[in-house]
Design a protein around this ligand. Structure first.
Ligand SMILES: C[S@@+](CC[C@H](N)C(=O)[O-])C[C@H]1O[C@@H](n2cnc3c(N)ncnc32)[C@H](O)[C@@H]1O
Length: 328
């Protein structure tokens, strides 16, 4: 199936990386890709809709039906037999300001020869993107961005400023490439935001933190929304789990000053943690981790293979690096 993903555009590379990682995790085979910062087009085989339901840094996932100039997508529309089903057409410019009605109305007329317009709850929801060419698709999945905002950290009963925004927590879980029904570990779980997203995706989740109050708070936040990750107090450098019992790690360790390390230099903590990660993961398993410095990335690279890195600017002078390491 040819599909396209309307990316959130919040970052030049992270949304695309998340989408490709989610496809790989669900065993969707991707044959060809073209992309810009807002649009990813893929030729795929496999359970695309399942992968689509994982995404956080995207708006829509559509099956691609036709592309070219306006005449060629209108010709496609006229060739369809909707058999009286209801439909809606929505158009949007990618990198250009368009008048949507100039596209929606003629296509509405074309599809309307065999179907009926329903703007509220159509059976077929068509999407047209206008950029270098016209691309017509049928919506397979709409990412619930409102939910990702509503579960924003500040709205949870147990929250601290250390927590990642849910959409980035979800991206991190996806980057860890955990297969369906697999288990993800967050060994620095804090308020549990990453594991909440993992549980939301239907993954099993295990969280550790050295602070008992974090473990208790994370557990109660998850219970409130009906999720049940396993939490325990543990040091990320001495993980109390059997080797191979988790399929990957998604984590956001302390960066230094703000988060507590009980006086341990963060670089020493990262060394111990990466060593523990290598011990518990199977070959090929991934660690998706947010790191604060090049030095921290080097510590990871000395122990695992660095597959990806995406710098995210937090303030003018402060960056975080979303990195993916693979156990060789
Ligand atoms: C940046 S916060 C994690 C934030 C988390 N992603 C969230 O959504 O709240 C880092 C966490 O690591 C914990 N921590 C610090 N040193 C640790 C260690 N050696 N082992 C396990 N956890 C540790 C801190 O207690 C803190 O909760």
């Amino acid at each position: 199936m040819r599909i396209f993903v309307e990316l959130s555009g919040e970052h030049p590379t992270l949304p695309r990386a998340e989408a490709l990682a989610a496809m790989a995790a669900e065993r969707v085979e991707v044959k060809a890709t073209t992309f810009g910062p807002h649009l990813l087009r893929l030729e795929t085989t496999g359970p695309v809709e399942r992968a689509a339901r994982r995404l956080g840094l995207a708006h829509l996932v559509c099956e691609e039906l036709a592309s070219g100039d306006l005449d060629s997508i209108r010709e496609f529309a006229r060739s369809q037999d909707l058999g009286g089903r209801t439909f809606r057409v929505r158009a949007r410019g990618i990198g250009v300001d368009i008048e949507p009605r100039g596209v929606e109305e003629p296509l509405g007329g074309d599809f309307g020869r065999t179907g009926r317009v329903d703007l509220d709850a159509p059976q077929i929801d068509y999407r047209v993107l206008v950029g270098d060419e016209f691309v017509l698709g049928r919506i397979l999945h709409r990412v619930d961005r409102a939910r990702l905002e509503a579960t924003k950290v500040a709205h949870r009963s147990f929250s601290l400023p250390i927590s990642l925004h849910p959409k980035f927590a979800r991206a991190l879980v996806n980057l860890a490439g955990i297969p369906m029904a697999g288990t993800v570990l967050d060994p620095f779980c804090g308020t549990g935001g990453i594991l909440l997203e993992a549980a939301e995706l239907g993954l099993r989740a295990v969280g550790f933190d050295r602070e008992g109050k974090m473990v208790r708070g994370a557990r109660s936040s998850c219970r409130e929304v009906g999720k049940a990750p396993d939490f325990a107090v543990a040091d990320a450098g001495r993980l109390p789990i059997r080797s191979g019992s988790v399929h990957g790690i998604a984590t956001d360790p302390p960066y230094g000053r703000a988060a507590s390390t009980r006086g341990e230099p963060v670089d020493r903590l990262y060394e111990r943690a990466f060593e523990a990660f290598v011990d518990v993961l199977n070959r090929g398993a991934r660690v998706a981790v947010v790191l604060p410095t090049e030095k921290a990335i080097d510590i990871g690279t000395a122990r695992m293979e660095l597959a990806e890195r995406h710098a995210l600017r937090v303030h003018r002078s402060l960056a975080r690096y979303f990195c993916v390491f693979v156990k060789a």
